[in-house]
Design a protein around this ligand. Structure first.
Ligand code: TRP
Length: 445
């Protein structure tokens, strides 16, 4: 396979003008990562997704504009990265349907967002699906299409989105298994220590707590917000602790190391809260004033943003999405009637090229399990192990011994050298398991 740069894809939900917490925790790091060498970055505004949570067209349009302008104002450079609006690439919805037809409904039933809605309904004595649109239910498939359409290698997400990336892998894998290898299976890139910024009341800055400082607030409004940050009652001259001080954490998110050290010393020396707030305000303003200015200029000229987004999408459609969809359509049989397809045999051959995989996981009983799957077919389901290491060692042994020493005892399970290791998947013969294991040994050679 030819070496291509690592492709990183970031989806942005249009939720309106960002606050300082969004800037420090998400926008600033994402833009700075997009400048790293050797990565190819895709950023898109997930406006199809927005339709799931709001039915207010004015709000959809307005939020999309605000979010596009925000990211551009913060330095996202459409000359270096692909920047587009999801709905400008209608191949996304076409792919959503192709994936819908391989996605397991049971998997979607288990999606956190959907399950939470069902649980709420149950708590309230409502019908399970009351108020749940099929859009909410299908959200993970649309998201998988966003990712698989561009064969992204990595998708930076928060913890709450990991399950969606796993589903994208699952749908992509099923498709590959059925129709040959078309999709790269994406990985979630989880930023373990995302900078969370405290808000005005010291809790995490979040719209739902109503404690945010808007990123592009005019200078005077920013000043007022900073001065309303909650502090304790220590008087000027009394030493103050940086630990647990929201004011200090905010300062540090913007300041250099030297500035942070100076502020730490000022705290110890008993800086007055008013003075500390003044310094914080000036420090934030130095960084955000140019962004604010750019933001205001950008929203004042929506036509320019519209052109930029359309240009970005048009290029991607032509070069990537449209040709890829042609390939996929033909893979599933939506194909020129005058040209016979190679048919199932070729597809099976392609699918057979995708190797079987071991998957490790932990069950609710606290024990560690693995299974061997070939596409969506379960070949072997392990017994529980006390540690992930125990499961891992057995997997290594199975791969190494490539099916030698395996035997199956009816009603009991699969043994390896005398130890019970698990049971076969439904309608799987032990010979099939051995064949699959032999492929691991071949791969080693
Ligand atoms: N679900 C993501 C969120 O809530 C937004 C999103 C939609 C996304 N499609 C995506 C993120 C594709 C990454 C890749 O934040």
């Amino acid at each position: 396979m030819s070496q291509r740069p690592l492709r990183v894809l970031t989806g942005i939900k249009p939720t309106g003008v960002p606050h300082l917490g969004n800037y420090v925790g998400a926008i600033r790091p994402a833009i700075s990562a997009s400048n790293a060498p050797g990565v190819e970055s895709f950023f898109f505004l997930a406006d199809y997704h927005a339709l799931i949570s709001t039915h207010d067209p004015v709000r959809v349009q307005q939020s999309t504009l605000e979010v596009a302008a925000s990211w551009l104002a913060c330095g996202l450079d459409p000359a270096r990265v692909a920047f587009y609006r999801q709905s400008d690439i209608p191949e996304t919805t076409e792919l959503t349907w192709l994936l819908t037809c391989v996605a397991g409904k049971g998997i979607l039933n288990r999606a956190h967002a959907y399950k939470a809605a069902v649980d709420r309904n149950r708590d309230e004595g409502e019908d399970d699906d009351a108020g749940v649109t099929a859009g909410l239910f299908m959200y993970p498939v649309l998201m998988a299409a966003d990712i698989l359409l561009f064969n992204a290698d990595q998708v930076p997400v928060g913890r709450d989105q990991i399950q969606h990336i796993e589903m994208a892998r699952d749908f992509g894998q099923r498709f590959n298994h059925l129709y040959g290898s078309h999709f790269t299976l994406p990985e979630a890139l989880v930023e373990e220590q995302v900078a969370t910024l405290p808000g005005l009341d010291g809790r995490k800055m979040s719209k739902s707590y109503d404690n945010v400082i808007p990123l592009f607030a005019p200078r005077e409004q920013l000043r007022k917000a900073v001065f309303s940050i909650v502090t304790d009652s220590r008087a000027p001259g009394e030493p103050k602790e940086p630990e647990g001080s929201a004011l200090f954490d905010l300062y540090r998110a913007f300041a250099s190391e030297a500035e942070t050290t100076a502020m730490r010393e000022a705290y110890a020396a008993g800086i007055a809260w008013g003075e500390a707030k003044e310094r914080l305000f000036e420090r934030i303003d130095i960084e955000v004033a140019p962004l604010r200015e750019r933001y205001n200029a950008l929203v004042a000229d929506p036509g320019a943003i519209e052109r930029q987004l359309r240009d970005g999408a048009a290029r991607l459609r032509e070069e990537v999405a449209a040709p890829f969809l042609r390939e996929l359509r033909s893979a599933v049989g939506l194909h020129d009637l005058s040209r016979p397809l190679a048919g199932k045999a070729a597809a099976n051959e392609a699918a057979a090229a995708a190797p079987p995989q071991f998957k490790q996981y932990r069950e609710d009983d606290g024990r560690f399990y693995f299974k061997l799957v070939d596409g969506d077919r379960l070949l072997l389901q392990s017994e529980g192990h006390d540690s992930p290491r125990g499961a891992g060692q057995l997997i290594a042994r199975l791969k190494r011994e490539a099916g030698a020493g395996l035997h199956h005892v009816e009603q009991v399970g699969v043994h390896l050298g005398g130890d019970l290791i698990g049971r076969l998947g439904e309608a799987v013969a032990v010979e099939q398991l051995m064949e699959a294991l032999a492929r691991f040994a071949e791969a080693e050679l």
